[in-house]
Design a binder for this molecule. Structure first.
Ligand code: SAM
Length: 207
């Protein structure tokens, strides 16, 4: 495992010791903050009859909603924090979870839809490169679409006092996504400092 992932994992493990199975362990202020993002992820995408990979699944909250809202979803969740995966398995024994540093060591197989909520918010070395590489890795493993969210907006906000969080320039992220596919949905209406992007596989190359 790389140093970046180790740092991320240790940060979440410290939070888990303090907050246990609550949303705060996942760096969400409360469950409402997580839901606000999830709602953007399940509008505009039909997950019925799809295989779905949730990268950085935490306790598998999104898996719970997607499998309730849509028919016949084959959900798999991966996370680098073993404590989160243990809780996820206990809470949702009918879903598949395992521990993996997906961004640095993805499984070879592809899934119809790859989703990632809140995993690209941390302040890491080379923030924008880290995010672009993660987006590329996840999109390469999707048959149909990648759905993710991130903290930031355009123009890029002043960075927060919290040292572990970094705000991206959403326009730079969007431009990068549009270099991967011409079929992109961008949503920035639900929160002044968070955005959601859905990238669909496109047969035509973006030019
Ligand atoms: C803000 S939490 C969100 C958890 C979950 N997606 C949710 O919305 O409830 C971000 C999660 O991403 C995980 N994560 C970060 N980097 C990862 C990586 N390289 N591979 C797998 N999981 C990762 C963290 O361990 C953490 O559980």
């Amino acid at each position: 495992m790389t140093t970046i992932s180790e740092k991320i994992r240790e940060g979440y493990q410290t939070r888990f010791k303090r907050f246990g199975g609550r949303a705060q362990s996942l760096s969400w202020a409360n469950m409402g903050a997580a839901h606000q993002r999830f709602r953007q992820m399940w509008t505009d995408v039909d997950y019925s009859n799809k295989s779905v990979l949730d990268v950085g699944c935490g306790f598998g909250y999104l898996g719970k909603f997607l499998t309730k809202k849509f028919e016949n979803v084959t959900y798999t969740g991966v996370d680098i924090v073993p404590e989160f995966i243990e809780k996820a398995k206990l809470r949702r024994p009918n879903l598949t979870f395992f521990v993996r540093d997906y961004l640095f060591d993805p499984m070879p197989e592809k899934f119809d839809i790859v989703v990632a909520s809140g995993i690209l918010n941390g302040d890491v070395p080379h923030n924008m490169d880290y995010r672009k590489k993660a987006i590329k890795t996840m999109f390469d493993h999707a048959n149909e679409a990648l759905v993710f969210n991130m903290l930031g907006s355009h123009p890029q906000p002043v960075q927060p006092a919290q040292k572990n969080v970094w705000y991206a320039d959403s326009l730079e992220v969007l431009t990068y996504c549009m270099s991967l596919s011409s079929k992109v949905i961008f949503k920035a209406h639900y929160n002044s400092k968070d955005f959601t992007i859905i990238i669909f596989k496109s047969k035509e190359k973006a030019s």
